[in-house]
Write a new protein. Structure first.
Length: 247
């Protein structure tokens, strides 16, 4: 079973940018989101705020990881690859902090949708897929770094961060906000735009969506602002205005 999961993980690592969005779209098409969770507007508002907080916690976790130590997660030629074994910063707190942040973001999108079957199926499926990817990475790292990785694996948890180690893990390190902006601006923009699109989708599938024109304008405006800011950061990055300061 583990061998099969590693093979699945290698495939997903290569094609996750295509597979993950397709799965989300498929789940959302199969079951439209309810306008109100269990027909309760109060519960719907609570659900939306919880989803937003989960998304922000995922983004903050990713920012914390990248701000202290940047690790390229794209691999080499879209295959699992690592030139060095990174064990400092947030990687001393959790072995896969970026993936934990990603899972929180995906969980928030499914929760924002609100249909129980989509929430359960989506979170469960993405948890399985990330488990496969991690198993593929672990197999590669153990083969390449051998005892060094085995010692690291024994000392640091795979998923649940031990935040009590955070101060020690980042001692003497400098948090680089500019690097976070450079490396993760698209993730922030895509996450907030996706959450906004879910709210629009909630209303489009209703029998009389025109009664929610005000909501469409509100969320549409938010998407335009987010898209503009994302594009602006992308432009500044390409022009070199946000380049990291060299030591």
């Amino acid at each position: 079973m583990k061998t099969i999961m590693i093979s699945i993980g290698e495939f997903l690592f290569r094609y996750r940018n295509q597979v993950f969005p397709l799965i989300i779209v498929a789940l959302f098409v199969l079951a439209a989101p309810p306008l109100a969770l269990f027909d309760s507007k109060a519960l719907e508002q609570v659900k939306d705020w919880v989803a937003l907080l989960i998304a922000l916690s995922g983004l903050v976790l990713r920012a914390t990881v990248i701000g202290y130590v940047y690790i390229r997660r794209g691999g080499h030629n879209k295959s699992v690859y690592a030139s060095d074994l990174i064990t400092e910063g947030m990687f001393a707190v959790c072995r896969n902090p970026l993936y934990v942040g990603n899972m929180l973001i995906y969980a928030s999108i499914f929760l924002m949708h609100g249909r129980p079957i989509v929430v359960i199926a989506g979170i469960g499926l993405f948890a399985f897929m990330y488990k496969c990817i991690v198993l593929a990475e672990e197999a590669y790292l153990e083969e390449k770094f051998r005892d060094g990785y085995r010692d690291y694996r024994a000392a640091v948890p795979r998923w649940l961060p031990r935040f009590g180690r955070f101060a020690e893990a980042t001692e003497g390190m400098t948090f680089k906000f500019r690097r976070v902006l450079l490396k993760d601006y698209s993730t922030v923009g895509a996450t907030l735009i996706a959450l906004s699109l879910v709210k629009i989708y909630e209303r489009i599938v209703l029998p009389d969506p025109l009664q929610y024109t005000g909501d469409f304008v509100q969320f549409g405006f938010l998407i335009v602002v987010l898209s503009t800011l994302t594009g602006l950061v992308s432009y500044c990055k390409k022009r070199g205005y946000l380049a990291e300061n060299k030591p």
